[in-house]
Design a binder for this molecule. Structure first.
Ligand code: ZN
Length: 242
C-alpha cells in the first residue's frame, strides 16, 4: 500500500494539483492530510473542495481551526491573522463546519497523524528539536506518526533505549524496534529554504518513506495572492521558501 501524506496545503491550488499529479504517476493508492488545508494562499474553497472530493483522512490544523470559528486571533502574527480573516469570509458555512468537525489526531492503517504534537494536539506546539519531539513520543503508540505545522521536513527517531535523534531525510528505511515522528514538509508554503512543494510517500510493503519535492507554477499562485488583495509578503515568501 502506498500512501501520499500531504501537509500544510494552505490554499495553494497550483502546488496541490502538481503534487496530486506526481502522486498519481507514483501509483499512490491512498491520500492522507495532516491539516492546514486553508490559510496563506488564495484558493481555500478550491483546495478544500478537492480534499473533500478525495474523501481522505484529515486532521485539523491551527489555520483550519481558526478559519472555522469566529474567535480573536491573539498570538498570531499580523500576516497570518489578516489571511485568516480573509479566508473566513471566503468559506461557506458548510466548509467552516467541515473544518470545525475535523479530529486533532487520527489513526490510519498502522500509523498516526497529527498537525502539531500528540501530547497536546490542540495547543499547536512547534516541534523543531528532539527535546520537543520527546514529549510527543511518550504519547505515540504507533511506530510511525506523521505531522506538519512547522513546514520544515524533519525526521525524529527514537531507538529501543529511548534515545531520540533528529535530522533531514530524503528516504527513510523503517526499522523494527524504532519509532518515527516525521514532518513531511508543506505542499503550499515550504519554509526550509527550498521553494518546491513537499510531500511524502509511505510505502508500507517496501517499508520506506520518501520525501518528494516538486516545482510548481508559483508565479500563478503569487499572482492570485496579489489579485486577492492579500499581503504581498505572502507572495514573496513563496519564492524564498521561507
Ligand atoms: Zn501551516
Amino acid at each position: 500500500m502506498k500512501y501520499a501524506i500531504l501537509g500544510d496545503i494552505h490554499s495553494n491550488w497550483e502546488a496541490l494539483t502538481t503534487v496530486l499529479e506526481d502522486a498519481a504517476s507514483a501509483e499512490v493508492d491512498s491520500f492522507v492530510s495532516v491539516g492546514d488545508i486553508v490559510g496563506y494562499n488564495a484558493n481555500p474553497r478550491k483546495c478544500l473542495a478537492k480534499l473533500r472530493e478525495m474523501d481522505c483522512p484529515i486532521v485539523k490544523g491551527n489555520h483550519d481551526h481558526y478559519c472555522s470559528i469566529e474567535t480573536p486571533l491573539n498570538g498570531f502574527n499580523p500576516l497570518a491573522a489578516s489571511v485568516i480573516h480573509w479566508t473566513r469570509n471566503q468559506l461557506a458555512e458548510k466548509d467552516r463546519q467541515f473544518l470545525a468537525d475535523l479530529p486533532y489526531k487520527r489513526r490510519v492503517d498502522k500509523f498516526t497523524t497529527v498537525h502539531s504534537t500528540l501530547d497536546m494536539p490542540d495547543r499547536w506546539g512547534y516541534v523543531f528539536d528532539k527535546f520537543e519531539a520527546d514529549a510527543n513520543f511518550s504519547y505515540q503508540r504507533s511506530q510511525i506518526c506523521f505531522f506538519g505545522h512547522t513546514h520544515v521536513p524533519l525526521l525524529f527517531e527514537r531507538d529501543e533505549n529511548g534515545n531520540v535523534s533528529q535530522g533531514r531525510y530524503e528516504l527513510i528505511d523503517v526499522k523494527p524496534g524504532k519509532k518515527y515522528f516525521i514532518n513531511i514538509g508543506s505542499v503550499g508554503q515550504p519554509r526550509d529554504g527550498d521553494s518546491r512543494a513537499a510531500y511524502a510517500i509511505y510505502d508500507t510493503d517496501a517499508k520506506t518513506i520518501e520525501l518528494r519535492r516538486l516545482k510548481y507554477d508559483r508565479e500563478t499562485t503569487q499572482g492570485k495572492i496579489i489579485d486577492a488583495g492579500l499581503p504581498e509578503e505572502l507572495a514573496y515568501r513563496l519564492a524564498r521558501g521561507h
